[in-house]
Design a protein around this ligand. Structure first.
Ligand code: AKG
Ligand code: FE2
Length: 391
């Protein structure tokens, strides 16, 4: 006899256990009950489900053109960058030769520019090191500052000492204490978007570093008021600044206009680009970022420049409202994205980090033992750096 479960379930028979099958059915039914959800929400839910795994057929893949559907190939436009990034800054590593000036935009999402593999493999390693060792510490603030007395040298440096066996995890200097008077601390209200967390605990550095979710540099962001705190401006990291200015120069004049006049070409002068505020997001494998628009910048004409490191993700790019069906794009380690003009006002988010997509060049390498601790981190993480001009 066929059970109700199996007869209602189009995917019956595909699962290793009854539990998986039940979960899949529950997911399918709960999706049906969200009839009024926006197109963006539908896509987020579709890419977040784990059982059964999502259908990735429609994800745009700029690094493997042959893997795209015809529909996606038809919406892609190859564009020529004004400069080879490698010629503008050594931080991108070696030039890609023939591919050096290749970028892409999308006909139906004007203003987006994607530069696959903007960083060479070695350059990716250098910038990952910098994001963990140099930038994840004071004066830059992080989500952890809301709850912990973060030492000025950052959690990474403690983690490194333990990892290398220079310090025992039981050593009192390893303890990062919880903040005592959270409610009295003005910085907490101003800089935390982390709801009061009932799981807060004193954790060894190796675990606390996995709770690092973001740091902000340059103008600090007031997450509660959704505004920049103009009285809290810290130096902007030189390497990230160089990268952003180079990209702004390379994408000058880049875009696409259709026969009917629709489309967008970025005319923002690279020489005028001023990186003033930055966020580094550190995603663990199960993390995601909900649909949002970055609109706190006074200057919405300057491109928002963003790059990816570590594990790949599914990035959703939508339109001016959540009702515009978003396009899903693979963003991989070393990929650069710029959001220009109308794309600056577009909803976007990261519903999923793709486990098991760490490129070989970021895996441990016996010839480069110093890389081990970073390999260990990015084996379960994606790092995104995004840069904005505020004024
Ligand atoms: O992780 C990403 O690629 C996007 C991050 C983002 O949209 C943001 O921080 O505002
Ligand atoms: Fe964003």
């Amino acid at each position: 006899m066929v059970s109700n479960l199996a007869s209602n379930n189009p995917t019956a028979g595909k699962f290793r256990s009854k539990r998986q099958e039940k979960l899949a059915l529950k997911n399918a039914q709960s999706n049906k009950s969200f009839v009024n959800q926006t197109a963006f929400r539908t896509a987020e839910r579709a890419y977040r489900t784990r059982i059964p795994p999502p259908d990735f057929t429609n994800v745009i893949d700029f690094a493997n053109l042959e893997r795209n559907t015809q529909e996606n190939l038809d919406r892609m436009v190859k564009v020529e960058l004004k400069h080879d990034l490698a010629a503008l800054s050594p931080l991108f590593g070696e030039s890609k030769g023939n591919e050096a000036k290749v970028g892409y935009t999308l006909k139906d999402f004007p203003g987006v520019v994607i530069i696959p593999r903007a960083f060479s493999p070695d350059a990716q390693k250098d910038i990952i090191k910098s994001c963990l060792r140099n930038h994840a510490k004071h004066p830059n603030l992080s989500n952890l500052d809301a709850h912990y007395e973060v030492p000025d040298d950052g959690i990474w440096s403690l983690h490194e000492k333990v990892f290398k066996g220079e310090l025992s995890e039981d050593d009192p200097s390893c303890v990062v204490p919880l903040k005592a008077n959270k409610d009295d601390d003005e910085d907490i209200g101003a800089y935390s978007n982390t709801p009061k967390d009932s799981h807060l605990a004193e954790l060894p550095p190796s675990q606390l570093i996995r709770r690092l979710r973001w740091i902000t540099c340059g103008y600090q962001y007031n997450w509660l008021e959704k505004k920049y705190a103009l009285d809290k401006r810290f130096p902007f990291p030189e390497d990230i600044s160089d990268i952003a200015i180079s990209v702004a120069k390379a994408i000058e004049g880049v875009g696409h206009i259709e026969a009917d006049g629709s489309g967008y070409v970025n005319r923002y002068e690279g020489d005028k680009y001023k990186p003033e505020a930055g966020v580094i997001n550190y995603y663990q494998l199960k993390d995601s970022l909900m649909a949002h628009v970055d609109k706190s910048e006074i200057n919405m004409d300057a491109p928002l420049i963003s790059f990816s490191l570590g594990q790949s993700c599914i990035y959703l790019l939508g339109g001016a409202t959540r009702d515009v069906p978003p396009v899903a794009i693979y963003l991989r380690s070393g990929d650069m994205m710029a959001m220009c003009g109308p794309c600056r006002a577009a909803f976007h988010g990261v519903p999923r980090i793709l486990e098991g997509t760490l490129p070989d060049h970021l895996k441990p390498n016996p010839e480069d033992p110093d890389w081990d601790i970073y390999a260990d981190f990015v084996n379960e993480a994606r790092i995104n750096v995004n840069i904005r001009q505020v004024f």
